[in-house]
Design a protein around this ligand. Structure first.
Ligand SMILES: Cc1ncc(COP(=O)(O)O)c(C=O)c1O
Length: 420
């Protein structure tokens, strides 16, 4: 049957062209809010910007205001500064994440110390954190990767015992919960992203949130030239501390506000689509499905699977064969991809140690030199070599029909893996 023959080899695609719709859904709400800003001639820090910051805090369930900024990376940088991380301080982070979860530290000559990930959750291995703590450790960056929460009980226990601050990287994790509580409300500070891929998309953008007004104020100095008054008030044009320009625009904030109103609906649809896909690929050969431990609710930001490379007979060069599987899935019409092919310590900035100004703190202190040897993070490497993930196919406006076609494509490709 043509439908059984791999599309890569001339068969019919499992997912027909045109079935998948683009992300995010845009409707009259988006148009009204964006055009409303234009009609009011508000281009910066206007009505929608201020409402957005209030509404995001309400959605998250925190009493402090949120700070809307131009990226999740900017929000992470604000968090590092709010937590008082400075030259020579160490910050613990997972060895597998988006680079800016840790490069945010480098702006302040803070030293990232990597901890390998846990195979089952793909998040930082909380059982390895204490071994990485030194007298210089200042904070832990907990990245809720792919929308699955980190075990925040364990993080909280370790942070309390060693008097560390906690930064949550929630860039992928809007609405994910740990024991019923939304991520972003556990740590001292948190960062969310609103880039195009994220569940709350504004094209680009982010939120910095903090557990109290003091931390909020410290992080906020970075947001707007180191000034200490909102842009809508008469400034004294005086820089009170280290500042960048991380504010976003009114039009982006208007888009973000429209999308925030739809966020919970999106999360519910994704849960339904991903749930169906999860069931349908349960018996797919050589496929390792993601796990969600008890007490955690993922937002399925990136439904990530691993392939059993040993069973497929490709344990020696797993990434090369994984890439063939990904190519075959794409030929079937599945929008899938390798999220990160590199554990972060393996990236050039850490191998060359070129992100610390003139070698400082390396040249300033030598007694502690964190381990950036790729061999020290075998779980991260194994994961990097054998996974693929999906974002848009399981999101609205796509529904169960696409989820079912995509599952069919996985069965077809993995059932014919010997032909790749
Ligand atoms: C885990 C994680 N952290 C941080 C970021 C940075 O967010 P942004 O692209 O908004 O700067 C991303 C973005 O992809 C991310 O996935």
């Amino acid at each position: 049957m043509a439908r059984n023959k791999l599309a890569l080899l001339g068969g019919e695609k499992a997912v027909p062209d045109g079935l998948m719709k683009s992300w995010p859904p845009v409707d009259q709400t988006d148009r009204d809010l964006i055009l409303g800003s234009l009609d009011r001639k508000e281009y910066t820090y206007g009505t929608n910007y201020k409402l957005l910051e209030r509404e995001f805090s309400e959605w998250l369930g925190i009493s402090t205001p949120s700070v809307f900024c131009n990226s999740g990376t900017a929000a992470l940088h604000m968090a590092v500064v709010a937590c008082g991380c400075g030259v020579g301080d160490e910050v613990i982070a997972p060895a597998y994440t988006w680079p800016s979860s840790v490069t945010c530290c480098l702006h302040h000559n803070v030293i990232p110390v990597f901890v390998d990930i846990e195979w089952s959750t793909m998040n930082i291995d909380v059982d390895r954190i204490e071994a990485a703590i030194t007298p210089r450790t200042k904070a832990i960056i907990a990245v809720h990767l792919h929308g699955l929460p980190v075990n925040m009980d364990a993080i909280g226990r370790i942070a309390k015992k060693h008097k560390l601050l906690v930064i949550e990287d929630c860039c992928q994790a809007h609405g994910a919960t740990f024991k019923g509580q939304k991520v972003g409300t556990f740590g001292d500070c948190a960062a969310f992203s609103c880039n195009h891929n994220k569940l709350m998309c504004a094209g680009e953008g982010g939120f910095f949130v903090a557990a109290n007004e003091r931390l909020l104020g410290l992080g906020k100095t970075l947001w707007y030239f180191g000034e200490n008054r909102p842009p809508s008030e008469d400034g004294d044009f005086h820089t009170y501390g280290m500042g960048w320009m991380y504010r976003s625009t009114e039009l982006v904030a208007s888009f973000a506000r429209a999308q925030l109103a739809k966020l919970d609906g999106y999360i519910a649809t994704i849960a339904e689509n991903a749930g169906r896909f999860h069931e349908l690929v349960a018996d797919c050969p050589h496929l390792v499905r993601p796990q969600v431990p008890d007490g955690m609710v993922t937002n399925w930001y990136n439904y990530t699977v691993r392939f059993d490379m040993a069973a497929l007979g490709h344990a020696h060069e797993p990434a090369a064969f994984r890439n063939k599987i990904v190519d075959a899935l794409r030929a079937e019409g599945v929008q899938t991809g390798v999220w990160q092919g590199w554990p972060v310590p393996k990236m050039t900035v850490f191998q060359a140690r070129n992100g610390y100004g003139k070698g400082c703190p390396w040249s300033c202190q030598t007694e502690s030199r964190p381990d950036y040897s790729p061999a020290s993070f075998p779980v991260a490497q194994k994961h990097a070599d054998c996974h693929t993930g999906m974002t848009f196919p399981l999101r609205p406006p796509n529904g169960l029909e696409l989820a079912e076609r995509v599952a069919e494509a996985f069965h077809k490709v993995l059932g014919n893996a010997d032909k790749l």
